[in-house]
Design a protein around this ligand. Structure first.
Ligand SMILES: *Cc1c(COP(=O)(O)O)cnc(C)c1O
Length: 464
């Protein structure tokens, strides 16, 4: 072990509870080019607070629309809930470094130490808290792989809110235990598309036998929220409010690193809708935007759902049923569904508008990786570091390993930080396929992508 600082760096850096951040950080405050506003799909005008608050909780709308306030105080009740599973450890991957024989120093921020098994709880408790504060009866949402639904049901159970989850049908069938965890926490789980909503019935008519998609489950959840008194819709990723809540990941990482005089050269995260990556990089990106420090940021996405690396940067629908506002983002088109052999999460067609803008402005890089390589990296990591990683998180592991191996070639002692967003206990069917040699890669062709792009709305200023 080489030491470049005076303090010996432990395998795990755990902050004390009193060292946790008091506020979330809003990276938009430091962006010169602000992310484009959400648009009302009817008028093509920026969505107002009034329009938005019919769908989302009021305080969350305020957070969504505020691109100037750098810090939002974390309410005491949310902080107390955070203490059930935070601070999360920042781990120095000594065992992985040794295995790779790399001079790179690898760190990961581990967000899987809670029952929901991922970082999603950081935003779930915040969103449930604001819904409760507004006097609502409950919330509705969608879930794909199931982590968000699980996190939200935990948060709602804690606060005594009703929780209605529309779960993408293929996950509902493939992950019955995930469903039962949600029901244990009192959530009502419906496979989507379902016959319980107008939009669900319409989608079923048009595509009988469809196994569903996130975009479709979102449409159903929004309809369920707007058609029941005292309900609002909440979303686990993509939205800027979610990145704000997830900044707790980056803030804790930074506090821990500063304590030991560590400065990362490279920060890597997997990107589905962008919430964990946005949260992890936010405080570091803030320094870069203010010209105080420089870092390289890498978003890692699946080759089978390559929104940043192959998508268009335009306004698009956020959901299949086209009931949500339009967002400017890197998108594959709201009808895009990854090929059936795609195993993990990270299947959303779009990307956070904040990360999209940062990527368009050259502040962040993006790479795509194939799933068999991802599972190989996951297995290698599990065998030396012990943690069984979620397939989503393993996208970041794969690129962290690649970068560490580059350091081995060049002899550079780079410091790499990556986000280990969760555990993979509910993904053993995918692991099984990998172990049996049955996992395949599918990279969408230009024609596949063209079908998705065809559904992007056209209007002046939104040419493709
Ligand atoms: C949901 C999820 C992701 C991807 O979502 P982002 O919003 O892009 O962070 C990544 N890892 C895990 C474990 C997840 O549950």
């Amino acid at each position: 072990m080489s030491k470049t600082t005076s303090k010996e760096i432990p395998y795990k850096i755990y902050l004390e509870e009193h060292e946790m951040p008091d506020s979330w950080y809003n990276v938009r405050a430091d962006m010169k080019n602000k992310p484009a506003p959400l648009l009302n799909p009817g008028t093509l005008k920026p969505l107002t607070l009034e329009e938005m608050s019919g769908i989302f909780c009021e305080e969350l709308c305020r957070q969504e629309l505020d691109d100037a306030t750098p810090y939002f105080k974390i309410p005491e009740e949310i902080k107390n809930f955070y203490k059930m599973y935070r601070p999360s450890p920042l781990v120095r991957a000594y065992c992985l470094e040794q295995k790779l024989q790399t001079p790179a120093k690898i760190y990961y921020k581990f967000e899987g130490n809670n029952t929901s098994g991922s970082h999603k709880l950081n935003s779930a408790i915040a969103q449930a808290y604001y819904a409760k504060n507004q006097g609502l009866k409950g919330v509705t949402t969608e879930t794909g792989a199931g982590q968000w639904g699980t996190a939200l049901s935990m948060a709602c159970a804690y606060l005594g809110l009703d929780c209605q989850v529309y779960m993408v049908k293929c996950s509902y069938e493939q992950k019955p235990f995930r469903r039962e965890v949600m029901r244990t926490y009192g959530a009502n789980v419906t496979p989507s598309p379902s016959g319980t909503t107008k939009v669900g019935r319409k989608i079923l008519e048009e595509f009988p036998g469809t196994t569903g998609s996130l975009g479709c489950a979102i449409s159903e959840a929004v309809e369920a929220a707007t058609s029941q008194e005292g309900y609002r819709y909440v979303l686990g990723s993509v939205l800027t409010q979610v990145l704000l809540h997830q900044s707790v990941i980056g803030l804790e990482s930074k506090i821990a690193m500063d304590k030991y005089g560590i400065k990362p050269d490279l920060i890597i995260g997997c990107a589905g809708g962008g919430s964990n990556l946005g949260g992890l990089i936010s405080p570091f990106m803030g320094e870069k935007l203010r010209g105080e420090a420089d870092y390289r940021f890498i978003a890692v996405e699946p080759a089978s759902c390559p929104s940043l690396t192959r998508g268009k940067y335009v306004y698009d629908f956020c959901d299949t049923g086209k009931v949500c506002p339009l967002a400017k983002m890197y998108t594959l088109g709201s009808s895009f569904i990854p090929a059936p052999n795609h195993a993990g999460g990270l299947r959303y067609h779009g990307m956070s508008s904040v990360l999209s803008q940062l990527y368009a402005d050259g502040y962040m890089e993006a790479v795509s990786v194939e799933q068999t390589a991802v599972f190989k990296a996951a297995e290698e990591f599990a065998r030396v570091e012990g943690i069984l990683p979620a397939p989503e998180s393993s996208h970041a592991i794969k690129v962290a390993i690649d970068e560490a191996l580059k350091c081995k070639e060049t002899g550079e002692e780079k410091t790499i930080l990556f986000g280990l967003t969760g555990t993979g206990y509910f993904d053993m069917m995918a692991y099984e396929r990998f172990h049996n040699g049955e996992m395949t890669d599918y990279i969408p062709s230009e024609e596949d992508l063209a079908k998705g792009f065809a559904g992007i709305p056209r209007f002046p200023g939104n040419e493709i």
